[in-house]
Design a protein around this ligand. Structure first.
Ligand SMILES: *Cc1c(COP(=O)(O)O)cnc(C)c1O
Length: 365
């Protein structure tokens, strides 16, 4: 229930993982169960030849809350990013023809596990020789280096893909000045800006989308993990600028927009949009950070992140801490080479937070 689990060993665990940022409303949320089962009683799938009302409602809601113009539904984060990449390349081809297909990606990013999204991922350890050849046309630059960015945006570039807060790579927050430069340079050169919010979107940071902190919108935003609250669904949203790029027959997905997943996502997004919900995410995040900081732990070198997407940098292997925490009843994740990562359900209670923090602080001592 909620953020409290009972293991096969009969022991109780506090869940600070949400199944890697997926279970937005934790386990066994009554409203969620009702929304999903009601749709299941109507129909579970009809194919995209016909209109699924709940999928249309979800599309309307997502475009309304994001300021984007159109949405395409798939099943995962990787599929959402694949769609974004295809849209960017076709946008450029339609306007400029061949030879403008390169996509710039940031070091320590993570964009998925398909052959193309692995190529889009800016981590050498993901580019294993046994999966070669990877999709061509990706180049990597370090996040935060304005000069490197300016130099990278050459005439053969059609898009930049980036996470406003890198998840797997270490809970690294893009700073506002770099984000503003990225937005400006992309706009000046008609390069599409793709924000991968698969992990940091859907209320995780205390805003519906992390890009809201920057005060501007990207051209494309991708979503998945927390969107369906535990059922598989991914999406990419396009601004007006690129909403006409893909037309019938260009792209598709058999299960995309599945009515049961869509009913789950529609319920999740309405809960996130309900009075005070996102504010409570911000407050819980600040509470967790302040408690960890107040414990003055010598092992902790930095606390990063926004809302309930938190990275605690430690001066030893974070995996060791994660294992030890699990042994004493708390589930946490790691990120990059140095961080313990917390992604609790967004409706976690303060009682659960306190019980989890007691274990975490003891573990980090
Ligand atoms: C998890 C993740 C993905 C990949 O999502 P899948 O659903 O596993 O394909 C892509 N981008 C980011 C930022 C992620 O965190």
């Amino acid at each position: 229930m909620g953020a409290t689990l009972r293991g096969l060993d009969g022991r109780e665990y506090i869940d600070f993982t949400s199944g890697i940022g997926v279970n937005t409303l934790g386990f066994a949320d009554e409203g969620y169960i009702q929304a999903v089962t009601e749709q299941l009683r109507r129909f579970q799938h009809i194919s995209n030849y016909y209109v699924s009302p709940v999928t249309a409602l979800l599309a309307e809601k997502l475009t309304a809350v994001s300021g984007m113009d159109r949405v395409f539904f798939g099943n995962s984060g990787a599929e959402a990013n694949e769609g974004a990449i295809k849209t960017a390349r076709k946008y450029s081809y339609d306007r400029y023809g061949e030879g403008r297909s390169v996509i710039i990606s940031l070091r320590d990013s993570f964009h998925g596990r398909t052959v193309t999204t692995l190529a889009a991922t800016g981590q050498d350890k993901m580019h294993n020789i046994y999966f070669e050849p990877f999709t061509e046309g990706f180049r990597y630059i370090p996040m935060g280096d304005g000069a490197a960015l300016e130099e990278a945006l050459t005439a053969d570039v059609c898009a930049v893909i980036a996470e406003p807060i890198q998840g797997e790579g270490g809970v690294n927050v893009m700073d506002d000045a770099y984000a503003a430069l990225l937005r400006r340079l992309c706009a000046e050169r008609d390069i599409l800006l793709i924000f991968d919010e698969v992990q940091c979107g859907m209320g995780r940071t205390g805003r519906m989308f992390a890009y809201e902190y920057f005060g501007f919108e990207p051209d494309i935003v991708t979503l998945a993990k927390g969107l369906g609250g535990g059922l598989p669904i991914g999406a990419f949203l396009c601004s007006k600028k690129c909403s006409g790029v893909l037309t019938a027959g260009n792209h598709g997905s058999t299960f995309g927009g599945n009515p049961v997943s869509a009913a789950a996502a529609f319920y999740v997004i309405n809960r996130l949009a309900s009075e005070g919900f996102l504010t409570s995410v911000t407050e819980k995040g600040a509470y967790i950070k302040s408690k960890i900081a107040a414990a003055s732990l010598p092992s902790v070198t930095e606390i990063r992140g926004k809302g309930l997407m938190i990275g605690i940098a430690v001066n030893a292997d974070p995996k060791e801490y994660a294992l030890r925490a699990a042994e004493t009843g708390l589930l946490v994740l790691t990120a990059g080479s140095d961080a313990v990562r917390l992604l609790p359900p967004l409706n976690i209670t303060y009682d659960e937070i306190d019980r989890g923090l007691a274990v975490l602080i003891e573990t980090l001592k």
